[in-house]
Design a protein around this ligand. Sequence first.
Ligand code: 5HY
Length: 246
Amino acid sequence: MKIKLINPNTTARMTDTMANCARAVAAVDTEIVAATSTMGPPSIESWYDESLALPGLLAEVAAGEREGVDGYVIACFGDPGLFAARELARGPVVGIAEAAMHAASVIAPSFSVVTTLARTAGMAWHLAERYGMKRFCRSVRATDIAVLDLDRPDGTARRLIVDECRRALEEDGADSIVLGCAGMADLGRAIEDAIGVPVIEGVSAAVKWAEVLAALGLATAKRGEYARPLAKRYDGPLADFSPRND
Ligand code: 5HY
């Protein structure tokens, strides 16, 4: 089985971190193919960043279809382009926020999301609403760490995240924590050890969910909303993204 993990930002070192975490949990017969978007923002920290990340993301899904990929993980906590990716993909497409929130809702009565910049907190609430997870979500807390500062070697990021997790437990009554950034993929276990409650990390959760769905032979439904986009000619620099009948 081949699962393609797509980082929709253009920072390869983040992809490497996520890919290592994905491979650590993947089944022995699952190949993790990791891809970094070749165009768009180096980090996604706004609605504008997210919108301009979509062509690069969808180009990687289209390439995956040519490569015969069995399933996809969109490795960015905003789950950017999730539904468009499902229109292109034959196999299942799972977003890391979607996977993490659902996993948290099964193992705990509630969760809080701990994320990066405060301005992205609204995006997490939108996702909780979209996935029917608001009733489980106690809070969305931000550490105000920039996405590309998460792997600073001085350990500041981990300490700030742990502190915010503790406030979510003590002040918001959360029973578990969802890490709100793919860049936190390698911090899950250490944070769980520090705070003593389940910490759900989205890359790992999404990889296993995509794997299970593909193993069950469940392909993305193509009758309605997730059918292939209608063939038409796009104009300007996006002409190469024109949907075709093939
Ligand atoms: C992510 N941004 O997972 C999101 C997280 C965020 O570049 N990868 C990004 O903070 O919105």
